[in-house]
Design a protein around this ligand. Structure first.
Ligand code: SF4
Length: 87
């Protein structure tokens, strides 16, 4: 039986050379650099066919880093809170 992760991650648009856009670097990243990196990552997410699966997975595992499903960590928290409140 395939895991949930295996079933959708095969179709992830972020596989390959752009993967580093989705997580902060090990070195210090200025605010503008983070904004530009995340914007580039989100543009890939916007075309991804498994965006919803990705976002739900990140929420399910309480992922605290990176861009998942087109949202960064803070945006996922806001999304989750709004959904919990029914907004
Ligand atoms: S939604 Fe974004 S982070 Fe998730 S699999 Fe697709 S491209 Fe990757």
């Amino acid at each position: 039986m395939q895991s949930i992760q295996e079933s959708w991650q095969r179709f992830a648009a972020c596989k390959g050379p752009y993967a580093e856009l989705f997580y902060p670097p090990n070195t210090t990243e200025r605010r503008e650099e983070k904004s530009n990196r995340e914007s580039d990552a989100k543009s890939i997410c916007a075309e991804c066919t498994v965006k919803s699966d990705c976002l739900e997975y990140a929420i399910e595992i309480n992922e605290t880093y990176g861009i998942w499903g087109g949202l960064n960590e803070l945006e996922r928290k806001v999304f989750t809170e709004r959904r919990r409140r029914g907004r």
